[in-house]
Design a protein around this ligand. Structure first.
Ligand code: DON
Length: 578
């Protein structure tokens, strides 16, 4: 009796002792971890992450109305062409990764611009053989044949469920009735003015009378663009590649010594490519193959870094950043020589993404001492077989589909040239070619023969739309703008979530680092501690703090929930879920 009473009291005491923490744990919302400093947006049925609020809302409405991720992507792409003119586009090109839940397949859609038929290898060299950057970046010759309209038409036909007209309607309304100018747009147009002045059609649209500025709160109407969008809405990409719009662009080219002809438009085609596939600690990574260098080098970098215990070394510790820099040094050296349009050159993708080559590279890295870019040369670790503006958006829907899309005009507002009467801003993507072997492009990227200019060739890109799978199901989709920094930004998002177990908000806001072989320096964002910088310098690195890198838009799927986050590095981005 006595012992029974004793054990009853003992149990009661234990129960009362643990009761408060049990009750507290019941108060915890399972979606949030109260140890986390930043929290992602949460959704149960679908999620959209883009760099501009209106476009995000439009994309989410498509999902809510029963559309799938590709329908939503189509609506977003045209909305961004109106609301984010510096990067959203119909006069540019890009890459899209799609996961189709129905056939359990990942697709890589290449709608990159092409060099016109009249393009020549030396078209950007002056009489002394030097690269004329004004020509490759700011002239009518900098324009590649646009691919965006063909790209989105293709994916809508192949994977979409909604009508083109319905999806494009919000963009038409925004162009016709005008958008409220925000601080971001107002400032970007102020910055663009000196270059835009070469294009009277651009000045008419993006500036008020007497070339004065649109200020925050003003309404920006894009009547010509709305006309163009209506044509695309009723006739589809035919109107762009084989009708009125291509006629207008070809006429503008002819009158201004440009190279693009109606035949260039007629012969433009998108390509469905086999995604490049790798793995990191048991998770499968699918990304964009050449003519983007993004996927190949992302996988090469993950393969190298997998050889180290990064999480033990610590997130953004000097040792981890050192290893990133050494791996990046090798990857960007390889990029400079081997990467180009696979329709024109043999790209050794298999070698570059092989685990065994990565082992060799990892083994060559000293943990204590920085390498030297002058002694690292392309292809050092394998025998090759012979022979400021982009934007990303990510969507996941309730059907299990995923879209990860990066598209661009290259620079902010591309070439700054608007084709009169169309409202279309043209890209300056020709600068992504290597104008001369060994001479850097606008992002400091050095290229070679593999990326030289040739008629009909696609210029090499760094865009890295990516989808990561766990046990056969998508768990992370991400991508970013940022020129040469795109690959390393996506790398760090993948490592931050998978290796360091940060939630997607924390993975996004964490300070980023970058090394691209040449210049031989680690570029860092503000937020890396002084003693980390000192330790990196002690290892022999040059460390420079420069402006923020990237504008990622990411979604994670875990259990029944979507967790998303838009990069706060750009002011107007927004993730919404429902
Ligand atoms: O395709 C590329 O790699 C470049 N044209 C992307 C440019 C870019 O990301 C500029 N944005 N910050």
């Amino acid at each position: 009796m006595k012992s029974y009473r004793f054990s009853f009291f003992l149990r009661l005491i234990i129960f009362l002792f643990f009761l408060p923490s049990f009750l507290y744990s019941q108060l915890d919302d399972p979606i949030y971890d109260y140890y986390d400093r930043f929290h992602p947006v949460v959704g149960e049925q679908g999620m959209v992450a883009t760099q501009e609020k209106k476009a995000t809302q439009i994309g989410l409405d498509v999902l809510k109305n029963g559309g799938n991720a590709v329908d939503s992507a189509y609506a977003i792409a045209y909305a961004l062409a109106v609301t984010l003119p510096r990067a959203g586009n119909i006069g540019g090109g890009g890459f899209m990764m799609i996961y189709s839940a129905k056939d359990k397949q990942v697709y890589a859609i290449d709608y990159r611009e092409k060099a016109p038929q009249k393009a020549t290898a030396n078209m950007f060299l002056d009489v002394s053989g030097n690269v004329n950057e004004d020509l490759s970046r700011y002239s009518i010759l900098s324009v590649g044949v646009p691919g965006t309209v063909a790209g989105f038409e293709h994916v809508l036909k192949r994977f979409g469920t909604k009508k083109r007209k319905v999806l494009i309607a919000p963009a038409i309304l925004l162009a016709e009735n005008g958008i409220v100018v925000g601080k971001d747009l107002s400032e970007s147009l102020k910055r663009a003015k000196p270059r835009m002045m070469v294009s009277p059609a651009a000045m008419k649209i993006f500036y008020k009378k007497k070339a004065t500025f649109y200020e925050p709160g003003d309404i920006l109407v894009q009547k010509d663009l709305s006309k163009t969008l209506k044509m695309i809405s009723s006739k589809g990409s035919k109107s762009f590649y084989n009708g009125t719009i291509s006629k207008e662009i070809a006429k503008y080219m002819k009158n201004n010594n440009g190279l693009i002809t109606r035949n260039d438009f007629k012969s433009y085609s998108i390509k469905e490519r086999t995604p490049v596939k790798g793995s990191y600690k048991g998770l499968d990574v699918y990304s964009m193959p050449p003519p983007s260098s993004g996927g190949v080098h992302l996988i090469q970098l993950l393969n190298i870094l997998e050889q180290f215990s990064l999480s033990e070394l610590g997130h953004n510790s000097a040792d981890s950043i050192h290893l990133y820099a050494e791996a990046m040094r090798v990857a960007y050296a390889d990029r400079s020589k081997y990467m180009g349009d696979p329709g024109f050159v043999n790209v050794p993708s298999e070698m570059l993404t092989s685990k065994s080559v990565a082992h060799k590279i990892a083994a060559s890295i000293s943990l204590d001492k920085a390498g030297n870019s002058n002694t690292i040369y392309p292809g050092r670790y394998f025998e090759p077989k012979e022979g400021n503006e982009t934007t990303h958006f990510t969507i996941m829907d309730k059907f299990g589909n995923v879209v990860s899309n990066t598209y661009t005009l290259n620079f902010s507002d591309g070439s700054k040239l608007v084709v009169p009467g169309t409202g279309i801003l043209l890209n300056n993507q020709m600068d992504d070619f290597s104008a001369k072997p060994g001479v850097a492009n606008a992002y400091g990227l050095i290229g070679s023969e593999a990326n030289s200019i040739a008629p009909g060739k696609r210029m090499l890109s760094s865009m890295t739309p990516t989808i990561v799978f766990k046990d056969g199901l998508p768990t992370l989709a991400t991508g970013s703008p940022g020129g040469s920094r795109i690959i390393t930004t996506v790398l760090q998002l993948v490592l931050n979530t998978i290796e360091f177990d940060l939630n997607i908000a924390e993975a996004t806001v964490a300070p980023r680092v970058h090394h691209q072989w040449k210049p031989d320096e680690i570029r860092i964002e503000k937020g890396i501690s002084q003693d980390t910088i000192k330790r990196l310098k002690d290892k022999g690195h040059i460390v420079v703090t420069k402006r923020a890198m990237g504008s990622s838009q990411s979604i994670v799927k875990k259990g029944n929930y979507f967790y998303g986050y838009s990069d706060p590095r750009k002011p107007n981005s927004l993730t919404l879920g429902y």
